[in-house]
Design a protein around this ligand. Sequence first.
Ligand code: GDP
Ligand code: MG
Length: 296
Amino acid sequence: EEEVIGFARLPEQVHRRAVKKGFEFCLMVVGESGLGKSTLLDTLFLTDMYKDRDMLAVQERLSKTVDIDVKQLDMTERGVKLRLSIIDTPGFGDPVNGETCWKPIIDYVDEQFGQYFRAESGLNRKHIQDTRVHCCLYFISPYGHGLKQMDVDMMKRLHNKVNIIPLIAKSDILTPKELKRLKANVLQEIAQHNIQIYQFPNFDSDDEDEFSDDEEELRAAIPFAVVGSNSIVEAGGKTIRSRTYPWGIVEVDNPNHCDFLKLKKTISTHMQDLKDVTADTLYENYRAEHLKNDDN
Ligand code: GDP
Ligand code: MG
């Protein structure tokens, strides 16, 4: 059976703790409309393979025009009870009037901090449900030359609150050369605008600044070029997720075609770190701000 999360990859210590306590993880997607956010979530987690799994759709109506869709996926992998919350957001950029509806998305993230804060200050602090957003996949258009102004604005609103992993959406429409240029532009603009994206931790090793080759390969591929698809073809006894074109087939799981597997591996091998950064840095920022404001 294919693993959704890949708990086989969690470090032993983390795994043992997770077996006991269970593991909650919340993943959000953000980006312009039509970039394939919902499709990629399906590709990552919600394909037919999981139709038997326990899934609970929670609709949160946060404003008149914008709905945030939260799905909870409960599963057991390698003895670990995992609750995965998948937060799909509507495109925040309206191409017609140029307005950006960032507020419901930011409100959602803040509200999860708020809930955690209230639970923490309450009497029963033993089993606080952790709905804080641990990771935000940020979709960048493949049609432009880099970040748009609204991407810069949105990422800056988000980066003190969530771990951002930037993605190049629908990368199948780009040639390798175009993709390379777009990735370089995006990285350069992220640096230029001082946008903080998720940084891989330096693993304890003799040489602390060195990443393992595996890690380095993942890190070098950011922003990950992704392709989403829900059409599954059978070929030679294997199931392949792909997009079919007159000139050929783009395979989602083929590392030569896109970075989908690298994205998946990054999430599964950094889950605990993404949670730690959320709890120790991002939430602490929120908490400090909140307490300061209460004093006034
Ligand atoms: P969202 O608005 O960001 O959630 O985008 P959707 O997931 O609804 O996808 C919008 C359209 O783009 C649909 O017609 C999808 O079939 C198509 N699409 C999704 N992912 C990809 C992709 O990776 N490549 C291409 N070429 N099209 C895609
Ligand atoms: Mg969508």
